[in-house]
Design a protein around this ligand. Structure first.
Ligand SMILES: Nc1ncnc2c1ncn2[C@@H]1O[C@H](COP(=O)(O)OP(=O)(O)OP(=O)(O)O)[C@@H](O)[C@H]1O
Length: 339
């Protein structure tokens, strides 16, 4: 278990992490979400004693990181895949880590095998692709067979097979009773992987809840209807005191707050043909955007706010490719150009 209590980090006048208190529990995958600059990496760095908190504490299985005798046997982390020594082979990078934590050499071979890097074990890691580097970082995290694993953007640079592999790996490790803490900007991936969510914005805790509860609380559910007799259907719904909103260009109606059963029965009573009667629920991405809208520091469209799609309508919003983080598609370019 990881426990944070009042964790705070200031860089000059900037408060990157602001009195964070939460626990990361064993047996589930806990996702760590927040817009760019929310303080996720700083929090993870403090968990590993790579940054000193301004105030507050982090405990790993009840202890401060620095008091763990052989830390890799308690907590493994992938923070920055490029942190490996580029001039050393994958094998030697891992061997050095293993020796510093009194981990037997045979474990190096085991983790290389586990991440699929055995064929390139003797190659210098500076020649590795982004995906291979991620795999090496994951191998390092697994080296001490720790009960707690932390992954910062683990699917970065992985191909679809690699993404599936890391998803199943994390779920499998959680099923073994380990504590898995993972950050990612890929909401679709997070929705498939995490059972529990910690959401932060501007360094503050915004949510500590199950995935389903998070989506449920932060999204609208509604029913979508399509009919060749749309006007007649609208009149019937209106007559029953139900407001139906037309979706421009989609030939569909959307109804809030009334179940699909009742809508279907009403249509049947009036012999109206339905081509679609489908309950809709917002995705994790939409729920996340709604929750963090006020905590987003960097916006894609200066000087206004990013356009929030209506909940449940992301599929109808062709302006944004599925995996571009909605809170700042242009931020990365701005940051690279501006810093
Ligand atoms: N060493 C540092 N010196 C000064 N400011 C810093 C430092 N490290 C982080 N910050 C600032 O602290 C804030 C939180 O940064 P952090 O990298 O933790 O956010 P993040 O949630 O991981 O962001 P991203 O999703 O973009 O990786 C940002 O405003 C960042 O500019």
């Amino acid at each position: 278990m990881i426990e944070l209590e009042g964790l705070t980090k200031r860089f000059g006048s900037k408060t990157a992490v602001d009195h964070l208190s939460f626990q990361v529990r064993p047996g589930v995958v806990t996702g760590f979400l927040g817009p760019n600059g929310a303080g996720k990496s700083t929090t993870m760095r403090m968990m590993l004693d790579l940054d000193n908190p301004t105030s507050g504490t982090v405990r790993i299985d009840g202890k401060h990181y620095r008091d763990l005798p052989e830390p890799l046997k308690h907590i493994g982390a992938l923070l920055d895949a490029k942190a490996m020594h580029g001039g050393r082979s994958a094998y030697h990078n891992l061997l050095c880590l293993a020796q510093s934590n009194r981990i037997p050499e045979r474990r190096v071979g085991e983790v290389l095998d586990l991440v699929g890097l055995t064929p390139v074990a003797k190659k210098k890691s500076k020649g590795f692709s982004l995906g291979m580097g991620q795999r090496l970082g994951i191998a390092a995290a697994l080296l001490g067979d720790p009960e707690i694993l932390m992954f910062d953007e683990p699917v970065n640079g992985l191909d679809p097979e690699g993404i599936l592999w890391i998803r199943n790996l994390m779920k499998g490790l959680a099923a073994e009773g380990r504590t898995i803490f993972v950050s990612s900007h890929l909401m679709s991936e997070m929705a498939l992987t995490a059972d529990h969510l910690i959401v932060i914005g501007q360094g503050k805790l915004l949510a500590d809840t199950s995935m389903s509860d998070f989506i449920h609380r932060n999204s609208r559910t509604y029913v979508r209807l399509r009919s060749p007799q749309q006007e007649q259907l609208k009149d019937v719904l209106h007559g029953a005191g139900i407001t139906a909103v037309e979706v421009p260009g989609a030939g569909a109606l959307e109804v809030d707050g009334v179940g699909a059963e009742r809508l279907g029965e009403l249509a049947a009573e009036h012999r109206i043909v339905l081509h679609e009667l489908s309950p809709q629920r917002a995705s994790l991405e939409e729920a996340f955007m709604r929750m963090t809208a006020d905590a987003v520091e960097y916006h894609a469209h200066a000087p206004g706010r990013p356009e929030l799609p209506l909940p449940g309508r992301a599929a109808d919003n062709p302006a944004r490719p599925a995996d571009v983080p909605a809170w700042g598609a242009g931020f990365e370019q701005a940051r690279q150009g501006g810093e």
